[in-house]
Design a protein around this ligand. Structure first.
Ligand SMILES: Nc1nc2c(ncn2[C@@H]2O[C@H](COP(=O)(O)OP(=O)(O)O)[C@@H](O)[C@H]2O)c(=O)[nH]1
Ligand SMILES: [Mg+2]
Length: 313
């Protein structure tokens, strides 16, 4: 095609990407994460670590010496983060630990219910006659599941709960307090956990779909090789080489939470914010919410079909 013809036929629809971008930037993004696991594994601490490190704005909205509180109810904390004009509303939902009782039957129910309630609220808003143009999204996009750093195996309750959770949400396992394992123990434990997940037929995020291009397949593969993230959290700063960093000091030395040689906290944070943010949101809508939605709508339809028949009797 000559330059002239191209100039004549150019109508400018390629600017649609900028138009979309402009609209999305104005609206901002919503990302909701839940943390689940036994009491004392450092869930609340890790949340604070995520907020206190880079993610939080330079003014630092989280006091570093805030005391660790015992979490007694499901609780959402919300932060708005702005980076280069992109607004991200981050909701992190903390849950009380479970698995402390002798009989743990059903202890995960409130968490599953919470996740389903968010789907249900979204569906209700979608179905109202005058639905909002933009529905506030509280659906959980990612569930960080905390595993005890025993170095041996998953506990039976981990298997049960991860299986239940994986039916309703993107589950990402993390090895809690990984500073208690040596690097060899940690790597062996990671392999063991991956094997056990496969053995127990637990399908975790990321899921491959037919639409994935080569790049996405590759991205999923790199994340599969690193999951479960071995993390360390800390509420306190320590001084390393004259710099104040998030870390833990013990009798033997210092763990720098943000040092990839020490733990995989940075990998987890990059995964959540840099590489898989959009995919976690999309997968939630297309797989988990979609499954919930079609089940509910089918049930509604069946209910409607049965009602007239029942009234005739
Ligand atoms: N060694 C170590 N201790 C941790 C880590 N994260 C949290 N802790 C400590 O573990 C205790 C329980 O932490 P908390 O965040 O309340 O656990 P939660 O019950 O899961 O919310 C606190 O004393 C924390 O300082 C970690 O990564 N390594
Ligand atoms: Mg807690």
């Amino acid at each position: 095609m000559s330059e002239e013809i191209r100039a004549q036929t150019y109508v400018g629809f390629d600017s649609i990407t900028q138009q979309i971008e402009h609209k999305l930037l104005k609206r901002g993004f919503q990302f909701n994460v839940i943390v689940v696991g036994q009491t004392g594994l450092g869930k609340s601490t890790l949340i604070n670590t995520i907020f206190a490190s880079h993610l939080i704005d330079s003014k630092g909205r989280f006091a570093s010496d805030e005391p660790v509180r015992q979490t007694t109810e499901i609780q959402a904390v919300s932060h708005v983060i702005v980076e280069n004009g992109v607004k991200l509303r981050l909701n992190i939902v903390d849950t009380p630990g479970y698995g402390d009782q002798i009989n743990n039957e059903g202890c995960w129910d409130p968490i599953i219910k919470y996740i389903k309630d968010q789907h249900s609220a979204y569906l209700r808003k979608e179905l109202t006659a005058m639905r909002d143009r933009y529905i506030q999204d509280t659906r959980i996009h990612c569930c960080l599941y905390f595993i005890n750093p025993t170095g041996h195996a998953l506990r039976p309750i981990d298997v049960i709960v991860m299986k239940k959770l994986s039916e309703v949400v993107n589950v990402v396992p993390v090895i809690a307090k990984s500073d208690s394992l040596t690097l060899e123990e940690r790597d062996r434990f990671k392999v063991k956990i991956r094997d056990e997940l496969i053995y127990n037929n637990i399908r975790l995020y990321p899921f491959d779909t037919d639409e994935d291009d080569e790049e996405e397949v590759q991205l999923n593969e790199t994340i599969r090789q690193i999951i479960p993230f071995a993390v360390v959290g800390s509420e306190n700063n320590v001084i390393i080489d004259g710099k104040s960093v998030r870390g833990r000091k013990n009798r033997w030395g210092v763990v720098n939470v943000e040092d990839a040689e020490h733990c995989e906290f940075m990998h987890l944070r990059n995964f959540l914010t840099r590489t898989h943010l959009q995919d976690l949101i999309e997968t939630t809508a297309q797989i988990h919410y979609e499954a919930f939605r079609s089940k509910q709508l089918l049930a509604l339809k069946e209910g409607a079909n049965q009602r007239p028949a029942a009234s005739q009797q």
